[in-house]
Design a protein around this ligand. Structure first.
Ligand code: ZN
Length: 278
């Protein structure tokens, strides 16, 4: 009888189930998850400093509901479940279980980064590391939370002179630029210019050109721990930038991209049983 040549193969793979590590080594915060995966909307919290809107009638005219109100309306129109939080609320609107019930946090700040408590920054950072998405907009580049997650000064050049901005898509096919085409243009915006003191982005999505001749890395992604971070430049408060459909679409795409996976397995750290038996 002829022997099946496969039986003699010394390299036949054997399946060894992984030994289960002790339960005590799972040291992770619960991962925020969109409830019910695809059927439930992604839960977004829009955080806004909300000071320019109080102090500058021009900004209040552009954003009568605040920048947070404009973003809330735009994102609800895209099917997200949206809450808002502002600096002057108790615990900056992020107390209780707000962060636990947030899949993606959006951050806009400018005048009062220093008034955000270190305790809140630490809580937000912990949630990002555990899987919450973070979309940082415009002058949020100087926020405590963005600087803490980047580990650099996040400084840049700037000018308020009604520059035109053209954001060129440099990652065609990326989910954040779905439906955007080759570029988007804003007739008037504040200029941000290089050097932008950030770590090298994991993915560069947009590069901006301004009429003054400057360029800027205006869309950049990072991962920190389990969390996904998207920085998106436009949104100076004296321009109606967040009312533009294409800008709203990029932010919505960014939220969808940054949302945690519903099916993510917990990460396991600490003292480990050998994977190979001894
Ligand atoms: Zn600005």
């Amino acid at each position: 009888m002829t022997k099946n040549p496969l039986d003699a193969n010394p390299f036949t793979l054997e399946f060894h189930p992984s030994p289960q590590p002790p339960k005590s080594t799972i040291l992770e915060l619960p991962i925020p998850q969109p409830q019910g995966a695809k059927t439930m909307p992604i839960r977004v919290t829009v955080w806004n400093e909300n000071r320019h809107e109080q102090k500058n009638p021009k900004v209040a005219e552009i954003y009568p509901q605040g920048i947070h109100g404009a973003l809330k309306g735009a994102l609800e129109g895209q099917g997200f479940e949206v809450k808002t939080a502002t600096l002057d609320q108790p615990e900056h609107g992020l107390g209780g279980n707000v962060l636990e019930q947030t899949d993606v946090l959006i951050w806009w700040g400018h005048l009062a980064h220093g008034e955000v408590s270190d305790e809140t920054v630490a809580k937000v950072q912990a949630r990002v590391l555990a899987g919450m998405g973070l979309v940082v907009l415009h002058s949020g580049h100087f926020s405590k939370i963005f600087k803490a997650l980047m580990g650099t000064t996040c400084d840049l050049k700037w000018r308020e002179a009604d520059d035109k901005e053209r954001l060129l898509v440099v990652a065609p096919g990326h989910p954040i630029v779905e439906g955007i085409g080759e570029y988007l243009e804003l007739e008037r915006e504040e200029m941000y210019g290089e050097p932008f003191d950030i770590p090298a982005p994991e993915e560069l999505i947009f590069v901006s050109w301004f009429t003054g001749g400057e360029i800027f890395r205006s869309g950049a992604t990072y991962t920190r721990g389990r969390g996904k971070i998207f920085y998106f430049r436009p949104g100076h408060e004296t321009y109606p930038t967040y009312h533009y459909a294409e800008v709203q679409k990029v932010i919505g795409n960014g939220v969808r991209w940054a949302a945690p996976l519903a099916s993510a397995d917990p990460r396991v750290f600490g003292n480990a049983v050998a994977l190979e038996g001894k």
